[in-house]
Design a protein around this ligand. Structure first.
Ligand code: ZN
Length: 210
């Protein structure tokens, strides 16, 4: 499975800083961004994200070759072999706003990076819910600034109260994201399953309405 430079043209999903899918680039281009330190590798493993800068990604290549050789496409660098990333996230500047971002579960979860906005911990999507900061029963709407990801524990602890009444704080104020995921990408290959975290499931794209 240790292979060659032909993988340099394989597709890599690019996320913006808000963890939303923005476009697809080649492995070659991804490495350019990584070596310029304007992007990091996102490795999705059983619903968990691991983040690597280029240096740590090069470092773990040896372990990956030992234990996961068949799970990666390998790229030869000047001195060694390194796994082709499948997802990278831009850490530098983001594009200016170009259109409104649909308010849906996927984009909310992407904005919050799958972190509960009350305890700040990261969870698998199956363990996260959408919480109205100001409860609907109190006039809170389905808006970017009133919806956040919450874990089951925090959600039930908060109940139908405001954070202030429940004595808990948001880790950061919810905002409307500035860039939108690209919906035109199609998943073709088994090992791009990881992309699904960020793309395509209808559940995540249903508009949330009042
Ligand atoms: Zn929580």
């Amino acid at each position: 499975m240790i292979a060659t430079a032909c993988h340099l043209d394989e597709p890599v999903l690019v996320l913006n800083r808000a963890w939303m899918a923005s476009r697809v680039v080649s492995v070659r281009r991804a490495f350019t961004l990584l070596f310029r330190s304007v992007a990091e590798v996102i490795s999705v493993n059983q619903g968990r994200y691991d983040v690597f800068d280029i240096h740590s990604w090069l470092e773990i290549a040896q372990l990956q070759r030992q234990f996961e050789a068949g799970d990666h496409e390998w790229i030869r660098t000047a001195s060694s072999l390194v796994a082709a990333p499948r997802i990278i996230r831009l850490t530098g500047c983001t594009r200016p706003p170009d259109h409104l971002v649909p308010l849906n579960r996927r984009n909310l979860f992407a904005r919050d990076g799958n972190r509960c906005q009350y305890c700040g911990d990261k969870f698998p999507v199956s363990e996260l819910s959408i919480d109205h900061v100001v409860p609907q029963s109190r006039g809170g709407g389905n808006t970017w600034t009133n919806l956040v990801c919450a874990c089951v524990t925090c959600n039930s602890r908060k109940g139908s109260r405001t954070p202030q009444e429940a004595g808990i704080n948001l880790v950061r104020p919810p905002v409307r994201p500035r860039t939108c995921p690209d919906r035109s990408v199609r998943l073709r290959r088994r090992h791009y399953e990881a992309w699904k975290v960020f793309l395509h499931e209808a559940y995540w794209t249903v508009e949330l309405r009042d």
